[in-house]
Design a protein around this ligand. Sequence first.
Ligand SMILES: Nc1ncnc2c1ncn2[C@@H]1O[C@H](COP(=O)(O)OP(=O)(O)O)[C@@H](O)[C@H]1O
Ligand SMILES: Nc1ccn([C@H]2C[C@H](O)[C@@H](COP(=O)(O)OP(=O)(O)O)O2)c(=O)n1
Length: 254
Amino acid sequence: MSVPGQSGDQRGKQGAGQTLGAPVIAIDGPSGSGKGTIAECLARRLGWHVLDSGALYRCLGLAAHRRALDLDDGAAMGRLAAELAIRFDGDRVLLNDEDVSDAIRTAEAGPRASRVAVHAPVRGALLSWQRAAARRPGLIADGRDMGSTVFPDATLKIYLDASPEERARRRYKQLKEKGMDANLPALTRELRERDALDRNREQSPLTIADGAVVIDTTALSIDDVVAAVLAEARSVPALAAAVPPKTGLVAALH
Ligand SMILES: Nc1ncnc2c1ncn2[C@@H]1O[C@H](COP(=O)(O)OP(=O)(O)O)[C@@H](O)[C@H]1O
Ligand SMILES: Nc1ccn([C@H]2C[C@H](O)[C@@H](COP(=O)(O)OP(=O)(O)O)O2)c(=O)n1
């Protein structure tokens, strides 16, 4: 995996438990819990960068599928991960300069990403790339192992959750709105299978990281969740200056 804008010298400084180059809010959770949406909203509010770590695994799954490689071959997937050039350009994802933003969001792309994500060589190849994303003024990092493995020293760790039924409904609606094929029973089954694979794998499984704040979003709106995360951020001294104060009537009354 090439790391645009990162020198070899910078790369060498990124060990486990490293000091962060910028404040990081880690957002982990299962598929459809709202990580990507909330990460984008927070990044806009704070003027920070976003790391969509799932897009890296989705790109790898897509590349392996297109080359008809065995997604369960860890060594081959690790080699492929090390050679792919992935770039984020605004909301577009470029894989070897091709815009794959839609191709990595199909219903089939998620399970493929989950399959290639189990391999240690893959996760190793992507680690320094992800850590390099912690740049000033700050980073919102979205994934499964942001708070546990990639940024164990994250300034704030959030774990978003929602019931499997609600998460499947959200994903169904999202795909339909994009004009993509979607089948609710199949999506529900696929989501449960992916949850199990992501939670039970040996390498960096989906888990609630030490110190993470858990937010069940099942009955919350997107605005409610953003407000809850901002409230948590305001309670962290290292983040208080970066987070805008509450505005409007409610703030004025408190
Ligand atoms: N709290 C929420 N309430 C209702 N819909 C939500 C909520 N959070 C996210 N969504 C919607 O659910 C879909 C999946 O959200 P997404 O951010 O892609 O989840 P994740 O990144 O965790 O897989 C999106 O269409 C998003 O707009
Ligand atoms: N930090 C991460 C992010 C994603 N993955 C894997 C496991 C996930 O099932 C797939 C796809 O992740 P992504 O966040 O894009 O998926 P959802 O939008 O939550 O459905 O990649 C991972 O292993 N570690």
